[in-house]
Design a protein around this ligand. Sequence first.
Ligand code: MN
Length: 258
Amino acid sequence: MKILVSNDDGIFAQGLRALTYELKQIGQVVVVAPDREQAATGTAVSLHQPIRVHQVAPVVPGVESYAVRGTPGDCVIVALGKLITDRVDLVICGINHGANLGDDVPISGTVGAALQAYLHGLPAIAISVPGSNNPPLDTAAKLAVLLAKGIGLGMLPANVFLNVNLPDLPPAKIGGISITHLANRNYTDVVEERDDGGYPYYWVVRQRRNQATDKQTDTWAVEHGNISITLLHANLDKSPPPLPDNLCSDLFQQLRAS
Ligand code: MN
């Protein structure tokens, strides 16, 4: 199984390394990631400026790794179009440091990278943990392996990609896995006026308005101790097809056993 790994936190992120380390156990991994933080770049691609790429020291020993001066979407496009010449079976983006829930999803660089893979016709996963001091990176990486194996066995419907979020809990405290819809995460963007030595500028401060109330949503799932998996697609006017009933319970049992 040939797996492309990317992210939006940059090539030096701990989550990228944890993901690559686990995926290397089940496949041939290539890392192509931005050379710096690219959070909240969403679906952006660079069509009007050069995209420079440097092969760098392996993120994990033995794993071909490239740093890209560009967006997460650029990374996937350049990887699939030039850097990797043989067939890629799966693209996984993350493990993002910070949840990507509800209204975060359209601006998420992590999801934007997965979207590019999906638009290239490949199975794709965006996976995120909360931005806390001790995020559950190991659990997320193990879940990514299980999902990758499942996708290898044809688990994923052809016309969707996955947005996965973990709660901020140790493995034993996680309640289960839920298939969810995107919440309205209800942000208020406060635009502050600041000053940089006489040069005024604006700074957007994003504030949460309230807790999730809809139990079908990704935000509710994570706030109540569950792993959230949302099926995303780019046919914006259509609903995705259903998944098998027992998928979540099977997957959670495997995660517990891993
Ligand atoms: Mn990020």
